[in-house]
Design a protein around this ligand. Sequence first.
Ligand SMILES: CCCCCCCCC[C@H](O)CC(=O)SCCNC(=O)CCNC(=O)[C@H](O)C(C)(C)COP(=O)(O)OP(=O)(O)OC[C@H]1O[C@@H](n2cnc3c(N)ncnc32)[C@H](O)[C@@H]1OP(=O)(O)O
Ligand SMILES: NC(=O)c1ccc[n+]([C@@H]2O[C@H](COP(=O)([O-])OP(=O)(O)OC[C@H]3O[C@@H](n4cnc5c(N)ncnc54)[C@H](O)[C@@H]3O)[C@@H](O)[C@H]2O)c1
Length: 721
Amino acid sequence: MAKKIGVTMEVGNDGVAVITITNPPVNSLASPIIAGLKEKFQDANQRNDVKAIVLTGNNGRFSGGFDINVFQQVHKTGDLSLMPEVSVELVCNLMEDSRKPVVAAVEGLALGGGLELAMACHARVAAPKAQLGLPELTLGVIPGFGGTQRLPRLVGLAKATDMILLSKSILSEEGHKLGLVDALVPPGDLLSASRKWALDIADGRKPFLRSLHRTDKIGSLSEARAILKNSRQLAKKIAPNMPQHHACIEVIEEGIVHGGYSGVLKEAEVFKQLVLSDTAKGLVHVFFAQRATSKVPNVTDVGLKPRPIKKVAIIGGGLMGSGIATALLLSNIRVLLKEINTEYLMKGIKSVEANIKGLVSRGKLTQDKAGKALSLLKGVLDYTEFKDVDMVIEAVIENIQLKQSIFKELEKVCSPHCILASNTSTIDLDVIGEKTNSKDRIVGAHFFSPAHLMTLLEIVRSKNTSAQVILDLMAVGKAIKKVPVVVGNCIGFAVNRTFFPYAQAAHMLTNLGVDLFRIDSVITSFGLPLGPFQLGDLAGHGIGLAVGPIYAKVYGDRMFNSPLTELLLKSGRNGKINGRGFYIYEKGSKPKPDPQVLSIVEESRKLTNIMPGGKPRSVSDKEIVEMILFPVVNEACRVLDEGVVIRAADLDIASVLGMSFPSYRGGIVFWADMVGPKYIYERLKRLSETYGGFFKPSRYLEERAMKGMLLSESQSSRSRM
Ligand SMILES: CCCCCCCCC[C@H](O)CC(=O)SCCNC(=O)CCNC(=O)[C@H](O)C(C)(C)COP(=O)(O)OP(=O)(O)OC[C@H]1O[C@@H](n2cnc3c(N)ncnc32)[C@H](O)[C@@H]1OP(=O)(O)O
Ligand SMILES: NC(=O)c1ccc[n+]([C@@H]2O[C@H](COP(=O)([O-])OP(=O)(O)OC[C@H]3O[C@@H](n4cnc5c(N)ncnc54)[C@H](O)[C@@H]3O)[C@@H](O)[C@H]2O)c1
């Protein structure tokens, strides 16, 4: 059945016209809604029986803002005329400058264009806990319905810039304190209180305030300039590679210096430039890609319902087990934590406590909630209490025999409906479950470290994992605030497999004579938070050395064998964990490049002997990015070709959330498509002619490059899922 969308108007006997937006699920401001609002406001302004107007949203949500699908259409077509002229025609002329008072009745959420409409009203009445904010910068644009001008005038410049630049929403309770919300009322009284407020304005009992005309909260010009100076510094720090933050500050400043209306005009002009930027394209793609991960063919579309998961057992209280336990406890799921002996169990429990304490000390969790979470944790040393758990997550050391014997045991001690998950990062799930008769309920739950903070959860399905089990794990993932991405079973799954060439390419470049600290710096300037060497330090070089052969066994034809890791470990440098890797780690200070590591690099160069003519290869920054990231794209192509992910966009999200690939570049595949498959193919081909198989373009990349296709274009169903 088609969903009912539109704008309605009902005029009551009291002379109040209630205009209601209906566009489920979030009442986004799609083109028919904008057209409907224009029509209804015109009508209400003209009708003699209307004294005042209330604007509201249907089904407990005011509005989630402008329809983001329109941005995507603009990105596909380049056609700016798809975006309606709203900020003057509707928001200023028909609403704010109306002679009849307009009151916003806000419930649930008013975000982006939704809050902007509310701010153009002459007062705002809200229900408790409504979410208010201008998150447009997360989409690469700025508020475009006058929000850059009205928010500073309603809450003050410092608070407004903070909310807009950081895309921070607030609750209506805070909005009330700040003056953004005029009255807080229970949801049941929202419409009656709003009608009354509108009539009070009409009859002169309450002030008729036009937000754009207010100046009482923005202070003097010199105060405003000081705030904007701080904002520019903040923007430089938080968004060095993005244009919208600085552009937004310019637009706000225009309004401060030349008046709100001038600001509104500049806002529309800048909006049009920004919406076509690569940043907006990347961020809008990520918005939809993230939501698309919840749609898994033959799992989420076959009428199955997730089963409740109330109690989970975790085997292994080390780094991962304690992090996973923390995430579950914080979402009110009971946890049994099993270890091999009391000493390790106490260590595991202490780690969970430390994780939770850390959240409290950073103001992310109240003491009350921390206490409640910890009360749901129980440590055990055997399987006696496993009989009534809904799910087990195994997180013991990476050892095939150990994992196989654990799963064999689990089959005996757990109930037949219990989900059996492994957090393995490299072992084939089919091998883990080989000795069981429970292959349909064995699934990979691949968390990323630190598991209580990183949001990606790769759900690894083997060819036997049942749809119900995948759906259940997806529901648990969402409940614990992760973004679950369903992936196929292969060494490294989606993220680690796609990014294994990242470190390898960096090692190759270093062995070719490029300075390793320069490589890290170029890659962080590109937008990844850590360059490959610092990332290696963080993961620990011991792990790097241990997983190397596992990858080599299956992907050996495209591995670069660097002696650097082994030499590093020989010299006692395991990375951050022991304070020394490529960098030196001291408590309280930033990692420092260690010049002493250069002699180890020299030794490695002698062993590999790949420098052309024995001289360091000279490379530009652009070449560094290409030599490091194009092999990653090449592996991403193989992941797509083998159907390890359902759709290319899933790999984008996995790369953004699992590897912190910059979201404003849209994820690894989206970025590659922007660069151009043909260009990447040609570069890799040339590199492979000089440096061999490591750079050899994959079949998928070659095919797409030859046919002029994008890497993300869907293919005739190769998916293994
Ligand atoms: C000349 C210049 C002309 C200028 C014209 C244009 C000017 C525009 C000006 C305006 O300032 C710009 C904006 O308003 S941009 C939008 C700002 N709003 C947001 O960024 C909010 C985005 N949405 C969310 O954060 C969340 O969805 C939510 C609203 C908090 C709800 O979260 P919840 O977890 O409940 O649900 P989700 O799964 O996220 O979403 C459910 C489905 O709804 C879709 N959706 C959500 N918001 C929008 C939206 N604004 N537009 C279109 N679609 C939206 C979402 O995609 C989900 O869809 P599914 O199909 O996956 O179910
Ligand atoms: N470290 C990472 O970044 C990372 C990321 C994702 C996945 N993983 C995977 O997670 C798993 C655990 O890794 P980790 O880094 O937490 O290891 P870890 O060494 O920190 O912890 C493993 C724990 O398992 C315990 N253990 C061993 N046998 C046990 C048994 N029979 N019963 C109960 N406990 C037992 C050990 O005592 C140890 O405390 C591995 O499979 C690893 O590949 C690790």
